[in-house]
Write a protein that binds this ligand. Sequence first.
Ligand code: ADP
Ligand code: MG
Length: 489
Amino acid sequence: MSTSEWKPIIGLEIHAEMLTQSKMFSACPVVDSVEAEPNTAVDPVSLGLPGTLPVINQQAVEFGMMVGLALNCEIPDFNQFARKSYFYPDLPKGFQISQYDHPLAINGWMDIEVTPEQGEAYSKRVRIRRAHLEEDTGKLTHVDGGSLVDYNRAGVPLLEIVTEPDINSAEEAEAFGRKLRAILQYLGVNNGDMSKGVLRMEPNISVMHTGDTGYRMRTEVKNLNSIRNVYRAIKAEVERQIKLWESGDEVKRATLGWDEGKQKVVIQRYKESADEYRYFPEPDLPILEISREWVERVREALPELPDAKRERFVQTLGLSQYDATVLGQDKAVADYYEAVLAEGANPKSAANWIISSLFSVMNNAGVERELIGETSISAASFAELVTLVDSGTINKGTGLDVLNKMWASGQGAKQIVEAEGLAQVSDTSAIAVVVAEVLAANTAVVARYLGGEEKVFGALMGQCMKALKGKGNPAVVTELLKEQIDKMR
Ligand code: ADP
Ligand code: MG
């Protein structure tokens, strides 16, 4: 057997905290649960004290509806909260208020654009099974001799989005994750910061053999703090499962974690049987009827979403589908790109410079794309660079040097070009002198060229550029070289 006979089957469960002012069921403020002093944003409801009663946060319902509509879901006429009972110290009530039989949104889909490691880019549709509202739990920190609990996060509105198992590779999961995150960010309902846990993606993974007629046992990976790690964990887990099946062993139902240091999945616990949560309708909350007027009002107010943005980039700016997808799929990148355009840069050149150059500079420095707006290269100075190259003031090679210097020093493009005298030499008479000198010093190469060996032209060109310290306008140098050599024929 070989890996080509195995197909990964992946479904994602996504938890997104909603960026509301107050918690899901009380007026207690929502704070940054990583930055804030522990247990400073708590109230009797989020602490689950006896005698407290929950009240549904209307803004959270509307945010959840926005996500449902953006994911092409139906919004049923009513939804209902339910109690999910389990005991854990971060859940003081002994149950979580969630939704079960009657979620806020159902039966949606999202199209993804995938660029596999090998082969052509393609798009495919991933079905969304449901999106429902619930409350987040508190946070435990294990320390020497015990555990600490912080209830700031307890009761923060959480939207759980569940896909059908339509995802068949780590690349597809990555594309799905990026686009979903962009949608949440564009809607303004979540900031997409997976490192802080406000957005969490948990893949359910199994593998299917070519001869299989049904699904095999699946595992679930938790605690992934970036989309990159979702990708890596899926790759590793698919490989682990294939090995197990091929060696005659079997995959056991389990919850896994990701060990960042070892780049390995680790088994956290085996699941002998399905969890029994004793769901029942939450008696302290009414059924929530959703009027069609409300749904339509929310639908009409939706902002431009990634697909629409990509099409606008293609239609009105003339970008390729690929470039438009890459620039549109992270809100931070799209914002940066549009800020660069607002500073007057040419749309196609700016797209090229971001995708082929700025991304690699950032990549080399280990800076994630979502931080593009926070680097030392402001949109204004990046636009300056693009325009300096477009206008011929500097050539592409110099442009790359300048970009690296901008990254290192935080100085503007113009400032660097002026300070270092990097402006391109387009002055024909100055270049003509250099060309003549190079030809005189390389008579043997010239003879070969005249003898029909056209490829040595590049060597002569290189000599001229070197003599011009890389600042020669390549078009002018080429033209003058040809002109002077032709005179020698
Ligand atoms: P549960 O009710 O136990 O949470 P679900 O059937 O609701 O399980 O599925 C949870 C997630 O697991 C969904 O995203 C679904 O797409 C995914 N999933 C279901 N079956 C498989 C499978 N065989 N392999 C991979 N993912 C699966
Ligand atoms: Mg589930």
